[in-house]
Design a protein around this ligand. Structure first.
Ligand code: V55
Length: 472
């Protein structure tokens, strides 16, 4: 047996700000500059891939790190921080063995031991039925206690969650009632075995964008990558009725080869057409999974824009018309006031890269590390006026995915706060910036963390009343 490595590979995704954090702990009374309005009461949860141990795969991508979940409790004008790793089977076995055992991203044929569940639980955290669920696309979720962040175990909805093997074009659409009962379960066969990361819902329809990153089980058996960019595969938007659907009702709309990113929102217009707002890039965003010739775009050339597809779900011609570009800038990680999900909506918040804002790349370039996209500002796009407001945190900062928090007792869309983690490359630590939607361009409060949280993926805001139900 070769010697276990004691340091992380000298690669961008393990360097600078991206050097694994691996901190678990609690910090109360985070330092606050400015003021956190007293009416804000809840928790911001987010997850980052954060390898516990050096992988034995030299160029392991950012997406394969262990899920480390943070909870920022905001209450009475104060903020506290808690962070715990999800105790996945991978995490527990590797801690015991004191070395990495899981091989390549979503390739079980490269593992050092056999796993029942390969989840890294590193992609999103959602609050459902009193539990926090840590998600990865290849596995059932892990359930965590929303207060202590203790892992309670794998959660398969009491056995209702179906699965089929690796590398098949099978897609399962299911819906879950508020009490956890599965209501719709429909199996579909996609034209390709390709990546699905996000989806969109309207009152009556569900839309699955399919990313032209394709899977080939034979390649995996030979120790290759799970995904390969396919320049010959169109972008598909799978469209199906939300309720009472059968596999025959499914339509695979398609558009030229391009990369669909995260969804902002979707809704039905007066004509019953579906309006789908999402990020779109002409080139492969996941540059670390190149095409069959080993080609991928230069990372700094990748540009996603917020676009709008409009389609008639009754159409016979499944070629998608050109989308409308809603915002010209290089953007991603779109979020909305979630009370308006599935409905016509006005306000969209996202990460934006605008080099004109003055980011000092000369000063911070060597500290950024790599393997993830770079955004230097938060944008608020107004679908009614077409105008954009920008929050720029500073010349040595980059931004992560925002969340929207509605103002207490306000039912007006977009009336509230926007919160996001900010990477400060001067202090090499993380900050939470809080913006008031009525004064978006400056921070209401900057909450400093004594630690560096790497670039992460997704998160949720959960109202305090949902987490600690009142005993009255
Ligand atoms: C994404 C993230 C993943 C993944 C697939 O952001 C897609 C997109 C953190 O892992 O496995």
């Amino acid at each position: 047996m070769s010697q276990t490595r004691a340091c992380f590979p000298n690669r961008p995704q393990f360097s600078g700000f991206m050097k694994p954090c691996r901190v678990e702990g609690d910090v109360s009374h985070l330092e606050v500059y400015g003021e956190i309005p007293k009416e804000i009461d809840g928790v911001f949860y987010r997850v980052m891939p954060d390898p516990q141990l050096p992988p034995f795969i030299e160029d392991d991508p950012w997406f394969n790190g262990d899920g480390n979940v943070a909870a920022f409790r905001i209450q009475d004008g104060r903020a506290s921080f808690r962070q715990r790793y999800v105790r996945t089977e991978k995490f527990v076995q590797e801690r015991e063995a004191q070395r990495a055992l899981l091989g390549k991203y979503r390739n079980k044929f490269t593992d050092a031991v056999e796993f029942q569940v390969r989840s890294t639980a590193n992609t999103n955290v959602v609050f459902f039925n009193g539990q926090l669920l840590a998600l990865k696309e290849d596995s059932p979720p892990y359930a965590m206690d929303p207060v202590t962040l203790e892992t309670k175990g794998l959660y398969d909805f009491e056995g209702q969650l179906p699965t089929r093997g690796d590398g098949t074009p099978d897609v399962c659409y299911y819906t879950v009632s508020p009490t956890g009962q599965f209501t719709e379960v429909v199996w579909l066969v996609a034209p390709v075995a390709a990546m699905i990361h996000d989806f969109a819902v309207t009152d009556n329809w569900v839309i699955f964008p399919i990313i032209p990153q394709v899977c080939d089980i034979e390649r995996m058996k030979q120790g290759g990558e799970h995904w390969q960019w396919s320049p010959d595969t169109p972008l598909y938007l799978e469209v199906m009725p939300r309720r009472g659907s059968k596999a025959e009702d499914v339509k695979w709309f398609h558009y030229k080869n391009s990369f669909p990113g995260h969804t902002a929102n979707a809704y039905e217009d007066e004509k019953g057409h579906l309006v789908v707002d999402l990020g779109l890039s002409e080139t492969n965003v996941f540059f670390w999974w190149p095409d069959g010739q080993g080609r991928s775009p230069e990372p700094s050339s990748i540009r996603s824009q917020l676009v709008q597809f409009t389609l008639d779900p009754q159409a016979v011609d499944l070629v998608l018309p050109e989308p409308k570009i809603l915002h010209q800038g290089s953007s991603e990680f779109y979020r909305i006031d979630d009370r308006f999900a599935t409905q016509p909506y006005r306000h969209c918040y996202f990460d934006l890269m605008d080099p004109e804002l003055g980011t000092d790349f000369e000063r911070i370039g060597h500290k950024i590390g790599g393997g993830h996209p770079l955004y230097n500002s938060l944008a608020h796009f107004d679908n009614v006026t077409g105008k954009t407001e920008i929050y720029y945190p500073g010349n040595t900062h980059l931004v992560q995915e925002p969340v929207f928090i509605s103002r207490k007792d306000s039912t007006t869309e977009g009336d509230g706060y926007v919160m996001a983690l900010i990477n400060n490359y001067e202090t090499m630590a993380s900050e939470l910036h809080l913006l008031d939607s009525r004064d978006f361009t400056r921070a209401q409060a900057k909450i400093l963390l004594p630690v560096r949280l790497l670039h992460g993926l997704h998160g949720k805001w959960v109202d305090g009343r949902d987490i600690e139900p009142s005993t009255e």
